[in-house]
Ligand binder design. Structure first.
Ligand SMILES: C[S@@+](CC[C@H](N)C(=O)[O-])C[C@H]1O[C@@H](n2cnc3c(N)ncnc32)[C@H](O)[C@@H]1O
Length: 253
C-alpha cells in the first residue's frame, strides 16, 4: 500500500488518495455488513485493549489504512501461536499494529527484527508498545529492508533461525525478500506476504480499468503471485483476508 501512496505523492494525486480511502472497509469481501459481522463476532471481542487503543489513536492519521486490519492481525497471531514462534522479522512497521500484536503474542524472551524506513511513524505507536511492556522484544531498524535482510545473512547464525516473517511493504522487492527470507526462516517456518490480491485487480487481464493507484505495482504483484505459486521450496495458501495474504511454509528442499 505504501508504494501507491508514494506514487500518489509523486504524481500529486491527492484526490485519488481520498478515493482509495473511500474504497470502503469491507475490502475483498465487498460487503460492509459481512465484514463488520466478522469483526463484531470474532475479532473485536478478542482484540487486546492495547491494540484497540493503538487503532483508535491512529484512526485520524492520513495513512491509517496502512495498518494491518484487526482480522488480518488475529490471523497472524494464530499462526504465531501454531508455530510457537519466538524469533520473527517484520518488513513494514508503520505505527506498529502488527508489530505490537506480534510482540504481545511471542514469549517474553522472543525477538522481532522490525524494519521500516519511517521511524516517525514507529514512534507514534511506541508509547503503546512501552505501556504493554513488550519493547524489550523489539529491535527496530530504521532502514530500507533489503540491505538489512542481506546483512542478517552475513552472519551464519541467522540462517534458518527465524520462525516467522511478515512482509507488508515494498512490492517491487517481494521477489528479493523471498529469496533472502527463505534462507533466514527455518524449515517449517512461515513467511507471510500482505496485499497479494491487490484489491482484486490481479484478476484483471489489463489494469487500465482499475483504480489508478491499483495500476501501480499491479504487474509486480501478479508476477510475484506466479513466482510463489511455482516455488517448490514452500507450501502456500492465499487467503482473501484484508487485501489478500499469502502464507508460505518453508519446506525441506
Ligand atoms: C502498509 S505499511 C505497514 C503496516 C504495518 N504492518 C501495520 O500493521 O501498521 C508499510 C510500511 O512500509 C514502509 N516501507 C516502505 N518501503 C519500505 C522499504 N523498502 N523498506 C522498509 N520499509 C518500507 C513504510 O514506511 C510503511 O510504514
Amino acid at each position: 500500500m505504501v508504494e501507491i501512496m508514494k506514487y500518489a505523492a509523486h504524481a500529486n494525486l491527492s484526490h485519488v488518495k481520498q478515493k482509495l480511502v473511500s474504497e470502503g472497509p469491507s475490502g475483498l469481501l465487498q460487503s460492509d455488513e459481512l465484514y463488520n459481522y466478522g469483526l463484531m463476532t470474532s475479532v473485536y471481542p478478542r482484540e487486546a485493549e492495547i491494540l484497540k487503543g493503538l487503532r483508535d489513536a491512529i484512526a485520524n492519521h492520513p495513512q491509517s489504512y496502512f495498518a494491518t486490519a484487526p482480522d488480518g492481525g488475529q490471523f497472524i497471531a494464530l499462526l504465531l501461536k501454531l508455530l510457537n514462534a519466538k524469533k520473527t522479522i517484520e518488513v513494514g512497521v508503520f505505527t506498529g499494529y502488527s508489530l505490537l500484536l506480534t510482540a504481545l503474542t511471542i514469549p517474553q524472551d522472543g525477538k522481532i527484527t522490525a524494519i521500516d524506513v519511517d521511524r516517525e511513524a514507529y514512534e507514534i505507536g511506541l508509547p503503546f508498545i512501552k505501556k504493554a511492556n513488550v519493547e524489550h522484544k523489539i529491535d527496530f531498524v530504521e532502514s530500507q529492508a533489503l540491505p538489512i535482510l542481506t546483512k542478517l545473512l552475513e552472519n551464519q547464525e541467522n540462517e534458518s533461525s527465524f520462525d516467522f516473517a511478515f512482509v507488508n511493504a515494498d512490492r517491487a522487492n517481494l521477489k528479493n525478500y523471498h529469496e533472502r527470507l527463505l534462507r533466514l526462516v527455518r524449515v517449517g517456518g512461515v513467511i507471510m506476504y500482505d496485499n497479494t490480491l491487490w484489491g482484486g485487480t490481479v484478476a484483471l487481464a489489463d489494469p487500465s480499468s482499475a483504480h489508478p493507484m491499483r495500476q501501480f505495482a499491479w504487474k509486480d504483484t501478479i508476477e510475484f503471485n506466479k513466482m510463489i505459486a511455482g516455488d517448490p521450496q514452500v507450501d502456500i495458501s492465499q487467503v482473501a483476508l484484508g487485501d489478500g495474504m499469502t502464507i508460505c511454509r518453508r519446506i525441506c528442499w
